[in-house]
Design a protein around this ligand. Structure first.
Ligand SMILES: [Zn+2]
Length: 321
């Protein structure tokens, strides 16, 4: 888990506990003002505890019936709350998550992140990489029915080719890092579903707790320029994240020397670390070679390490209309 996001979450949980306490105080105040009878019962219950403590301090350890008496007092208060149209647990501690009491962690000796914290963490990651809560680009939402059945290769329709691509992408995301190849290159013209498949892979990996980053080639170029001119190390995160998804390579303006050098360095660094890179591009392998030189193209045209998934056909966004 990433430290910066965990710190953010810890602060959010602390704020939540604060709100809980305020809510509890507001409820007690309401009871005190509007329900004097229940107030009296609560005071009696308190006296029960303090009275016992007092007697214990005086060496008179008569705690025998305390538990029974407390239970009777609790039942009486719950019944009175209900009779007044309030929830029976109105005066219990307030919390969103009963498992961790909004601390984010469970366990006494060994602290483990609570389910709610893990879920919140995943949502944060999704948010950060542009996969919002409502992002619908998932394998579950893949709809083959909207893909034309026109033939794109001998004996293969656009729908069949795209379904095959979906299957390969989903398997890769399910099996990562044990997949057949470390990297994936999604190639095809705009509007064939490359970004959808990429984001669906990211969503699946995040579900599995894998750290993923999606950046557009354009954003990457801007980061690379900054690091080239200002010596900023913004690209380090891109070099170190277990799975990096580089979207729409080829759409960014090409700056001689900088783009190619930085792109090569990124790909090279990640390959030498054994980390996975997924690239989507409108370009063919030949066009990639022409634009980014043989040095980069050969890194991607390497069946041992990189699976090339080709999409063909007509623009799905146009077909939709
Ligand atoms: Zn929890």
């Amino acid at each position: 888990m990433r430290e910066d996001l965990l710190n953010e979450l810890d602060a959010e949980y602390a704020a939540q506990r604060n709100r809980n306490e305020q809510e509890e105080a507001a409820r007690r105040e309401r009871i005190r003002k509007e329900f004097p009878e229940i107030s009296r019962m609560m005071a009696e219950r308190e006296n029960l505890i303090f009275g016992t403590i007092h007697r214990m301090l005086e060496g008179n350890a008569d705690t025998e019936h305390l538990e029974e008496k407390m239970e009777a007092a609790n039942t009486e208060i719950a019944a009175a709350l209900k009779a007044n149209g309030l929830p029976e647990d109105y005066l219990e501690p307030v919390c969103r998550c009963t498992k961790c009491k909004d601390t984010g962690y469970t366990g006494d000796l060994i602290r483990e992140p609570c389910e709610c914290l893990q879920k919140a963490y995943q949502e944060k990651i999704r948010e950060q990489i542009g996969l919002g809560k409502n992002a619908n680009e998932t394998f579950e939402n893949f709809n083959a029915g909207m893909i034309p059945e026109t033939q794109v290769q001998p004996g293969i329709t656009q729908r069949q080719l795209t379904e095959l691509a979906r299957k390969q992408c989903e398997e890769w995301a399910n099996r990562w890092p044990q997949g057949s190849t470390r990297d994936i290159l999604l190639s095809g013209k705009s509007g064939l579903g490359k970004t959808f498949l990429m984001r669906a892979m990211a969503a699946r990996l995040i579900e599995r707790g894998v750290n993923v980053l999606i950046v557009s080639a354009y954003t990457f170029l801007q980061m690379a320029r900054k690091s080239y001119f200002d010596g900023e190390c913004g690209v380090r995160e891109l070099e170190e994240v277990p799975v990096l998804m580089l979207d729409d390579l080829g759409s960014e303006p090409l700056m001689q020397n900088i783009t190619i050098e930085q792109l090569f360095q990124l790909i090279n660094e990640r390959q030498s670390r054994g980390l996975s890179t997924v690239i989507s591009t409108n370009l063919t392998l030949k066009e990639l070679r022409e634009r980014y030189t043989e040095r980069i193209a050969s890194r991607l045209n390497d069946p041992q390490n990189c699976r090339i998934i080709l999409l063909e056909g007509s623009d799905l966004r146009k077909a939709e209309r």
